[in-house]
Ligand binder design. Structure first.
Ligand code: 5CA
Ligand code: ZN
Length: 473
């Protein structure tokens, strides 16, 4: 038995890379930088995560799909947008050996593919609101250090939603609706996060404002795991998206867009995983329950009962596996722990005599439960386990965020966490903070109730405003 041991989670970077491999999530050996391969197990996890996303979006959005290639003529229309993405675009310049008349961009995101068509789809106020999304691959020629699932050049699982509204206020409400959907998405994944309104210099190119969700990784650096942007009429003006209002006049439409990528899976792995491997929430685990028959005497009977349990659980909609291999129970436990299976059932001849089974949760809790009513025991433990995972992750995040009064304190805090400091909101003070502290301004907390008097850490002005600072992935 070769038990490749994981490095401890305190060596986060090594631990993360080793776990992507041992957990069979991502194979990084594809010979193009920033482009990775999903192992089938990783892809099953991805499918469950994106099924959850679809479940949350579908009641109020329609799924669609636009082309990957965008003509240069459309791509180059929105000045701010071009500035933001120009350096990151891959271009298709040839068809076979013939140069193309008009170069084609591989979408880095799809505003410039979708909005020329929105111009055709939106005619009158009766067409609004329009809310669509697609889950596609996008390409960004990232120049910063690439990392699997975190900073890719091919983002394979880009969920982007695009909406069109009659007024700015309605669009702003849609941004809030999007944030509420993302909050629920991450609650079900037991991943806590902070909402921040990005500073003006870090908002989405072509937006009025951007709200981001940041989670805290094990090493205290933050990862942006979703963003919602209020586009106002900026793109509508460029692409001529107008509608006839109730008074019969033409008006520019207001828009939003919001996105999540496979970073949500990077967060899932990083936030919950431990020294023994993946720890997956029940909602998305490819295998939710594994049955390990303890085979020493009465093998046939033990297997028979185990298979009956499996059939029952499967019938109830549980994703269940049974490990009938010849390995020692210990080796089997190790293998399925690495895969993050939330609940393991151990059952041997003595248990069968007594009409019980041992139920072992991925967080280490073990209990003996009657075979009668096994399904409801499993469901109760699964729900409790998800809560326990969320509580633990929330406590970790809370321990990583601290109010700081001085630049020195903020510098120390952001070495392995998030600092909250008074900030008057001026760009000048913001840039000074970034330079002096050596961390990014994530922005002002959004939807946060607590407000109290502070003073700007730079200019000393009295203010209720504050900034979250962190080193970012
Ligand atoms: N059109 C908008 C909304 S979909 C947009 O492109 N927003 S974005 O640039 O902020 O990207 C959406 C999300 O994708 C980000 O919040 C981040 O979580 C993720 N993301 C961005 N770049 C990468 C990358 N290179 N690799 C993996 N994920 C990324
Ligand atoms: Zn200031």
């Amino acid at each position: 038995m070769t038990e490749a041991k994981l490095p401890g989670k305190e060596n986060f970077s090594e631990w993360y890379h080793e776990l992507l491999k041992s957990g069979e999530i991502i194979d990084v050996r594809y010979p193009v930088k920033g482009m990775c391969v999903w192992y089938p197990f990783g892809f099953a996890l991805r499918r469950n995560v994106y099924d959850l996303m679809r479940e949350l979006l579908d009641p109020d959005h329609q799924e669609t799909q636009f082309p990957l290639l965008i003509p240069e003529t459309e791509f180059m229309k929105e000045a701010e947008h071009i500035k933001g993405f120009e350096d990151e675009v891959y271009w298709v310049t040839h068809g076979g050996t013939s140069p193309l008349d008009i170069k084609l961009a591989l979408r880095p995101t799809s505003e410039t593919a979708i909005y020329p068509i929105f111009k055709l789809w939106v005619r009158s106020h009766a067409d609004l609101p329009l809310k669509i999304y697609q889950i596609v691959n996008t390409f960004r020629y990232e120049t910063k250090h690439t990392r699997p699932l975190i900073r890719l050049r091919e983002i394979t699982s880009f969920k982007e939603a695009h909406t069109v509204h009659a007024s700015w206020e309605e669009a702003a409400e849609q941004v809030e609706a999007a944030l509420t959907i993302y909050a629920e998405f991450y609650r079900r994944l037991a991943i806590p996060f902070l909402f921040a309104r990005r500073p003006s210099w870090d908002k989405f190119p072509g937006s009025d404002y951007s709200i981001a969700l940041d989670t805290v990784m094990p090493d205290g650096r933050t990862l942006q795991i979703g963003t919602a942007h209020l586009l106002g009429t900026n793109f509508a003006t460029t692409y001529g998206i107008t509608f006839e209002n109730e008074a019969g006049e033409q008006e520019f439409a207001n828009q939003t867009c919001y996105g999540v990528s496979e970073r949500c899976i990077a967060a899932l792995i990083s936030v919950h995983g431990d020294d023994r491997g993946l720890v997956l929430p029940w909602s998305v685990a490819p295998v939710q329950v594994v049955i390990v028959p303890i085979l020493f005497k009465d093998k046939e009977r033990t297997l028979e009962v185990s298979r009956e349990i499996k059939a029952k659980l499967a019938e109830a909609g549980t994703r269940v596996a049974i490990d009938e291999s010849d390995e020692r129970p210990g080796a089997k436990f190790y293998k399925w722990e690495m895969k993050g299976v939330p609940i393991r059932i151990e059952i041997g001849p003595r248990d069968i005599e007594k009409g019980v089974a041992v139920l072992a949760r991925r967080d280490g809790k073990k209990l003996t439960v009657p075979l009668d009513g096994l399904l409801s025991s499993i469901q109760a433990e699964a729900a409790d386990l998800t809560e326990a995972m969320l509580t633990k992750a929330q406590a970790f995040l809370a321990s990583k965020v601290k109010d700081c009064e001085t630049v020195e304190e903020a510098r120390e805090q952001t070495a392995a966490g998030v600092a909250r400091v008074g900030w008057c909101g001026s760009e000048e003070c913001g840039h000074w903070i970034e330079d002096e502290v050596g961390a990014a301004v994530l922005g002002e907390p959004w939807r946060s109730a607590e407000k109290h008097e502070r003073s700007c850490i730079v200019c000393g002005a009295k203010t209720e405003r504050c900034a979250l600072l962190a080193r970012q992935y």
